[in-house]
Design a protein around this ligand. Structure first.
Ligand code: 0O2
Length: 268
């Protein structure tokens, strides 16, 4: 296959990665806007470089002409979660989506690799429509916690440095740190409810502040300066007190004022 052809044949993979990252990032936004905890912390994706595809093909004895059919992680998505439980919630969620079909799953958390690697791997079939074709391609989705990700990224870079022959002394240390990752995830799970509660409260307050600021922005164009300053001062006072109940009342009041101003304008 010529280099130019390679680039073109990777277009559907690029599109799939872009679409999936955008869709999953939107899931995070929807949860945030509703003030609900999201089991997805962050999402990123990549298309394997041509040289990585070729070296994987060589490692696995796959003829070059068959790589696109036989390598399933050319398009790759990585979903990072805060807690181990979140991973299984994300897996359930992906299984339930109608724009993808899960074709295989490997739980490297329940069954870590001999290297110490832990992650949940899913392969999906995903349909894309480029300018020239509609096709279904495989996409590998790796789901792991922040701690698992830290370990995997470091170990992966060492594999590159030592060309996959990591010296024994470093391998031993990696195994010890893999155990530390397990303990860290267990500790985090133990205080998961408290962390979630704190984060949800933070997002709720942030959304409330955003709503009030938006309404005050709208009112600044219509109501008298004095009234606006009174509302603003009340907002700052309640914000500094951290008084959520009264902030909610203020949000409803300024929201109502906005609606009334709009109604007046429409009646003119
Ligand atoms: P990159 O650069 O991340 O794309 P196998 O040959 O059976 O071990 P296979 O068929 O590649 O593996 O599938 P598997 O096991 O699901 O691994 C796919 C990807 O998982 C790898 O892609 C890595 O990203 C990650 N992975 C698997 N094992 C390990 C590991 O021991 N350490 C780390 N850090 N990552 C791992 P690539 O192609 O290796 O690399």
């Amino acid at each position: 296959m010529k280099l130019r052809l390679w680039k073109e044949r990777l277009h559907p993979y690029e599109l799939a990665v872009k679409e999936l990252v955008m869709k999953l990032q939107f899931v995070i936004k929807e949860h945030m806007d509703c003030g609900v905890y999201c089991p997805i912390e962050k999402v990123n994706g990549r298309v394997k470089s041509i040289s990585s595809i070729l070296s994987k093909a060589e490692r696995k004895g796959i003829p070059v002409d068959e790589v696109l059919d036989r390598i399933e992680d050319i398009a790759g998505i990585r979903i990072i979660c805060q807690f181990e439980e979140d991973i299984y919630q994300v897996v359930e969620y992906l299984r339930s989506r109608t724009d993808m079909k899960v074709t295989s799953e490997i739980d490297y958390i329940a069954h870590p690799k001999p290297s110490g690697y832990r992650s949940y791997h899913i392969v999906i079939e995903y349909q894309v429509q480029t300018s020239f074709e509609s096709c279904t391609i495989p996409v590998e989705i790796q789901i792991r916690t922040l701690a698992m990700d830290f370990w995997a990224v470091v170990e992966h870079s060492l594999q590159y440095k030592y060309e996959e022959k990591i010296p024994d002394r470093i391998r031993r240390r990696l195994m010890t740190s893999a155990e530390a990752v397990i303990s860290l995830d267990e500790e985090m799970t133990a205080i998961r409810d408290d962390i979630k509660e704190a984060q949800t409260a933070f997002h709720k307050k942030a959304n409330l502040v955003q709503d009030i600021m938006n309404s005050l922005g709208v009112l600044s164009k219509t109501v008298a300066d004095e009234k606006l300053i009174t509302l603003q001062n009340r907002f700052f006072e309640l914000y500094n007190q951290g008084n959520m109940e009264e902030l909610k009342q203020l949000r409803d009041e300024v929201d109502l004022l906005c609606k009334m101003q709009l109604q007046e304008k429409l009646n003119l």
